[in-house]
Ligand binder design. Structure first.
Ligand code: KG4
Ligand code: ZN
Length: 354
């Protein structure tokens, strides 16, 4: 395709309503023209987690205005767009339907191609926009719903090397925060507390570390945190800080060990990419940065604002797919479960998180 491609991206898979316009040049470089994100955190906070019905309703109420703002801020009219991209999975069905229906309606009305985007692929491809990174690369995808290591060979070409056999790492952060009485979402709160804590005070386990099996596990660590906290009730500030520091150090070590395992099985010298909400965590980035340099690799991470869910990543994934001619039809289904590597064997217990 010649010239500049302009793609509108719509994201509604979880608790952020987002839209963005991205430009992609024929040489593969990209630019963010606008990015509007409305977080529903305050609506879900009283429940300590995302409530699907509240999320879907909030997307319905907010989406039209968010899209209008994204177009205005980009100074792009609907007619100037090359395509409309919307997240079609994985995620919460109600929210996915809102975004996909809106995106399809716009594509139909404007007579533009529609792109049904996999949210995980969008996280995976963000570094190609921000850093111009070439394929292939190794990716640690760490979010509220997923914890995977993937060999990324191209848009639409993924080999899953590892996944979690129980909780996702972001979910573990959120659950630990909840049991310590910290606000939702837990990740940023735990990271904040951990800054002043002593990571060595509690002897917490490192599930799967050193194992031949490539996968992750976090539920044992979460249970150990609960056992450590129970006898100390009511918790003092210093207890909370020490538990958070210990938990975060354990998570960083587990993630680094599993990536080390993947480095041994992947072609040598591949860049390492970290993506997804948990990739905003500085302690985890540091541990992976060390690991990458020990393996003749380098760590790439999107800026924190592009680690959390956003419309830019959806628009960019759409642009990359469109450049390959991978457009979708208006009957593309939403898929609450949509693994990137359809050929991956199911890991023991990992059915829910595949
Ligand atoms: O990618 P994301 O925004 O949404 C999903 O697709 O799941 O990830 C959200 C997850 C939450 O579990 C949140 O607690 C976690 O990312 N998170 C963090 C940090 N910021 C967000 N976890 C650890 N440290 C952080 N700084
Ligand atoms: Zn996400």
């Amino acid at each position: 395709m010649n010239g500049t491609m302009l793609v509108l991206g719509i994201e509604t898979s979880c608790d952020e309503t987002a839209a963005a316009v991205v430009a992609r040049e024929a040489d593969g470089s990209g630019r963010i023209l606008s990015s509007v994100v409305l977080s529903q955190i305050e609506e879900h906070a009283p429940f300590g987690g995302v409530v699907p019905e509240i999320a879907a309703r909030a997307h319905v109420e907010a989406l039209d205005a968010i899209i209008a703002r994204a177009l205005t801020e980009a100074d792009v009219s609907g007619a100037q767009l090359s395509a409309v991209a919307a997240t079609c999975g994985p995620g919460l069905q109600g929210g996915l339907l809102v975004g996909a229906m809106t995106g399809k309606a716009m594509a139909f009305a404007l007579q533009k191609p529609f792109l049904a985007i996999n949210h995980l692929e969008a996280h995976a491809l963000t570094v190609r926009l921000t850093d111009g990174l070439a394929f292939p690369f190794l990716m640690l995808l760490v979010s509220g719903g997923h914890t995977q290591i993937l060999l990324v060979e191209g848009a639409g070409r993924y080999q899953r090397l590892a996944t979690t056999i129980d909780d996702a790492v972001g979910e573990a952060f959120d659950k630990v925060a909840k049991l310590l009485g910290l606000p939702y979402p837990g990740g940023p709160a735990v990271e904040r507390e951990a800054k002043t804590g002593n990571p060595a005070r509690f002897d917490l386990p490192r599930p799967m570390v050193g194992r031949a099996e490539p996968h992750f596990s976090f539920s044992g660590l979460k249970t150990a945190v609960r056992r450590a906290a129970e006898p100390l009730q009511p918790l003092k500030d210093v207890d909370i800080a020490d538990i958070c520091a210990g938990f975060q150090a354990a998570v960083a070590e587990c993630l680094a060990d599993r990536v080390k395992h993947a480095f041994r099985r992947a072609p040598g010298g591949l860049p390492l990419v970290i993506a997804g909400g948990v990739a905003a965590n500085q302690a985890i980035r540091l541990a992976l940065d060390d690991l990458a340099s020990q393996n003749d690799s380098a760590l790439y991470a999107p800026p924190p604002a592009l680690c959390a869910d956003n419309g830019v990543m959806i628009a960019w994934a759409g642009a990359e797919r469109m450049a390959l001619g991978l457009v979708d039809t208006l009957d593309a289904a939403v898929r609450p479960r949509w693994p990137l590597d359809l050929a991956a064997e199911s890991a023991r217990g990992a059915g829910v998180k595949a």
